[in-house]
Design a binder for this molecule. Structure first.
Ligand SMILES: [Zn+2]
Length: 110
């Protein structure tokens, strides 16, 4: 399974397409499709049909999936979407290793 460079809860910036420049939180990822859903990006009108008797159909504004390659992790220091590098951080006391992500441009921990 292909892994995506962003995960749920990340703040990303949309780089291209109709929602270019939109900054938002990743609310869902689909590694199988290579797509992500970003809060506030690619708003689609979903036509909801009545499911039960007495219910009425409606049009709901919701986020649509966009290709993950169109988004980049947001760097608060650069105030832009950036590529990031991954580093292994070793805790001096416990020796525990954790992966950290740093902005490729300014080195800000993300
Ligand atoms: Zn940066």
């Amino acid at each position: 399974m292909a892994k995506l460079h962003v995960k749920t809860g990340d703040t990303v910036v949309v780089l291209s397409g109709a929602s270019k420049g939109v900054k938002g939180e990743v609310i869902a990822v689909s590694p199988a499709e290579g797509k992500v859903m970003v809060k506030g990006a690619n708003i689609i009108h979903k036509h909801v049909k009545p499911r039960r008797q007495g219910e009425t159909g409606s049009i709901v504004d919701t986020e649509g999936a966009i290709y993950a390659c169109k988004v980049a992790l947001y760097c608060p220091k650069c105030d832009a979407g950036r590529r990031y590098k991954t580093e292994i951080k070793v805790d001096e006391k416990t020796g525990a290793k954790t992966k950290i992500r740093k902005c490729a441009k300014c080195g800000q921990e993300l």
